[in-house]
Structures are given as structure tokens and as C-alpha cells.
Design a protein around this ligand. Structure first.
Ligand SMILES: Cc1ncc(COP(=O)(O)O)c(C=O)c1O
Length: 392
């Protein structure tokens, strides 16, 4: 739904979910079915999702944060352990590690891709390191081959925070195969495929999938579906402390519809992203996103960077765009600057992370965005730069 600013100016949002009558009908069908949570639609969504990314197993949960948390728990990571991850990420990446009692240890990123720099991982490894939590930054796959090589040299697990990376590819294989031991996805409304809230873990490890399945519903030994369909009375047991991280069938029904139209959503997004990059060539002080070797972006977000010679500060640019009815967001945050992680003594310095967190901006990009709206964004950016008084 587009909003208007005071004065009647139409607001171009930074993102907008693409949902319609098919999703409404799918939800209504679930409501009438009598089975609302973690039932047949969830199982169907898991199977369709696994087939789409090419993973042997997919387990649906309530969010990507809970997908990451359960993956770490199921892999036995906890108090006393360290997990290496980028600080340049949404805070959920580090929070999921912290929930287990383990410590996130930040490593710096590559200047061009904003992804973990494989050459900076080794300096963050200690005898407590158990895993590397790789983020595919705003949908651009990280240098998995190099990261997997470091991990195998040190006997570390690799878990993928693929929150933004559905449809992205790494050397022609979809993210989620998975390349590491597990990959975790988000279906938050800012993502290309949304279920309102929701997440998925994909893995090739059947035991891991089974353990995550149990832990997502209080470690219950027999699921609701098993008990519902049993011909004899079943008493379930709870052999450890689990969680309620279930996905509802209402969400899964939406996910199934979204997955059917996903390739179309992806194609449109890539088209608009390529168009942005072409048209933004006329703004030399902005660096547009690039795809690294073997990596194919899904353009979950279109993130640009202000070069050091930019005639405006990032804040001035974002405010001027907002005044023209264009909503933007700062680029990816630096987690180590936030209160829960600020006090720690970080082993490594994070200059690239800090520079990227200070200079990046996410521009509006969504399925329904018109070329006219996109031209207006590009034109507004050039104008803000051209008319900036020196020293802003
Ligand atoms: C990199 C990253 N990890 C994790 C998350 C958390 O996802 P969710 O909101 O589904 O918990 C997000 C959400 O935007 C994200 O961008």
C-alpha cells in the first residue's frame, strides 16, 4: 500500500511484499481445514522448498533467527565455544550465537562484496572456535569455496545465514544446497519470498534435520501429526529442553503460493537491479553492487555505497530523498557497535566493516516498482548531488 507524505507527495517505500488473491485463498482454505499449525501445509512447503533449492532436507521454523539458533544448538554449539561471523550483518546473526551461550567472534569483510573476507578468518580462530557462520550479504553469496577450505583446515563447521539469499547461486548451484552443514532462510516481509514471519533450515544431514524437527516443538518425541494419524493411543515424551519455533499452516500456505511465483519475482528484481546499475552510472560518486566470481545475486536489497568524494553525506542524501518521497535505509549495520556487543574486546580490527557500515544505503526495490518510479529515484539522487552546497 503506497503512503503519501504531508503535501500529498507519494512515498516510494524501500520494500513492499508482493502478495495477492492467491495467498488470500490459500490462507482461507487452511482456516476452513481445521489444522492451523505445523500440519500438512508445512510439510508440503518443506518439500517444495527443498526441491527448489536442491537440498535433501528442509525444516520450517518461525524465523531465520530461530533457524540459526536451532542449527547451532543441534550441532552441539554452546557455552565456552566461539563462532566466527561478520559484524556487518543484521544483529540476529550474532544474537543466535549468543542465545546458545557461545561467543560470536567477528571477522572483517571484503571491501567489494561486503562478505566475510576468507583471508581474515584465520586470525579470528582460537582453540575454542567451533564454527563459521557465513552471511550471504543482502543476497550476494559469500566466497564459499575459500571459506570451506579454511574451515576444513581447522576442522570447523560452516553454517550459512542465507536469510536474504533465496534464489542466489554460487557456481550455478542454488544457495541452500547447502554448501555448509546447514543453511538458514528468512521469510520476513522484506524478503523476496514472505510468509509474514517464518524461516527454513536446509541440510543434507538427515540426523541433523530430524533433531531440528524435534527441537522446534519442545523436543516432543511424537509430533501432533503422528499422534493425530495413529491408530493406537500414543503418549509422547520430552527428553530434553526444546523450543516452540513452529511455523503455522497459514504461513506455509502463503509460502507455497509465493514459491510457485518465485522465479518471476526473482527475474523482475534482477531486471530492476540491472537497470539501477545502468542508470546510476551517471552518478560517479556512488558505487553500485557487483557480483563476485561464481556468485549470482538475487538483489534481495540494492545497496550502494557513497564514495569518499561524494558531494553529500549519507544522512544528507537519505534525508533529501525522504523529502522527495523516497524511502531508503542505511546499509547493513555493524553489530559490534551495538550495546550488547560493544563492551567485548574484539581480537581483530574491523576497518572494512566500519567503513561499509558508515557509507552504504539501501535504495527502494520491490516487484511492483515501476520504471518511472525508478527513474525518479535515480534523477533525485543526481539532483541531490548536483545541488549540494560544498561541505555538507
Ligand atoms: C543476515 C540476516 N540474518 C538473520 C536475519 C533474521 O531473520 P528473521 O527476521 O527471519 O529472524 C535477517 C533479517 O533480516 C538477516 O538479514
Amino acid at each position: 500500500m503506497s503512503r503519501t507524505l504531508s503535501g500529498g507527495l507519494r512515498l516510494i517505500p524501500v520494500a513492499r511484499p508482493y502478495v495477492g488473491l492467491e495467498e488470500e485463498a490459500a490462507v482461507a482454505e487452511v482456516l476452513r481445514s481445521g489444522w492451523l499449525s505445523q500440519g500438512p501445509r508445512v510439510a508440503e512447503f518443506e518439500a517444495a522448498f527443498a526441491a527448489y533449492v536442491g537440498a535433501p532436507h528442509a525444516v520450517a521454523v518461525s524465523s531465520c533467527t530461530t533457524a540459526l539458533h536451532l542449527s547451532l544448538v543441534a550441532l552441539g554449539i554452546g557455552r565456552g565455544d566461539e563462532v566466527i561471523c561478520p559484524s556487518l550483518s543484521f544483529i540476529a546473526t550474532a544474537n543466535a550465537i549468543a542465545y546458545t551461550g557461545a561467543r560470536p567472534v567477528f571477522a572483517d569483510i571484503d571491501r567489494e562484496t561486503y562478505n566475510l573476507d576468507p583471508t581474515r578468518i584465520e586470525e579470528a580462530i582460537s582453540r575454542r572456535t567451533r564454527a563459521i557462520l557465513v552471511v550471504h550479504q543482502v543476497g550476494l553469496p559469500a566466497a564459499l569455496n575459500e571459506i570451506l577450505a579454511v574451515a576444513s583446515r581447522y576442522g570447523l563447521l560452516v553454517i550459512e545465514d542465507a536469510a536474504c539469499a533465496l534464489g542466489s547461486e554460487y557456481f550455478v548451484r542454488r544457495i541452500g544446497m547447502p554448501h555448509g552443514v546447514a543453511a538458514c532462510f528468512s521469510f520476513h516481509p522484506r524478503k523476496i519470498l514472505t510468509t509474514g514471519e517464518g524461516g527454513m533450515v536446509t541440510t543434507a544431514d538427515a540426523d541433523l534435520a530430524e533433531r531440528i524437527r524435534r527441537l522446534r516443538q519442545h523436543a516432543m518425541s511424537a509430533s501432533d501429526v503422528t499422534r493425530h494419524t495413529a491408530r493406537q493411543v500414543v503418549f509422547e515424551t520430552y527428553d530434553e529442553v526444546g523450543y516452540n519455533y513452529r511455523m503455522s499452516d497459514l504461513q506455509a500456505a502463503v509460502g507455497l503460493v509465493q514459491l510457485r511465483r518465485f522465479d518471476r519475482l526473482l527475474e523482475r528484481r534482477r531486471y530492476l537491479a540491472a537497470r539501477y546499475s545502468r542508470h546510476l552510472e551517471r552518478v560517479p560518486w556512488l558505487k553500485t553492487p557487483e557480483e563476485s566470481a561464481g556468485a549470482r545475486h538475487n538483489f534481495q536489497s540494492y545497496m550502494v555505497r557513497l564514495r569518499p568524494d561524494a558531494p553529500v553525506s549519507r544522512e544528507t542524501l537519505m534525508q533529501a530523498l525522504l523529502e522527495r518521497g523516497i524511502s531508503t535505509r542505511r546499509g547493513v549495520m555493524a553489530i559490534h557497535r551495538e550495546v550488547p556487543y560493544q563492551e567485548e574486546k574484539w581480537k581483530v580490527s574491523l576497518p572494512e566493516t566500519e567503513a561499509a557500515a558508515n557509507s552504504t544505503v539501501i535504495l527502494p526495490l520491490f516487484h511492483q516498482m515501476t520504471e518511472e518510479e525508478q527513474d525518479y529515484v535515480v534523477e533525485s539522487i543526481s539532483q541531490v548531488g548536483a545541488f549540494a552546497p560544498t561541505g555538507t
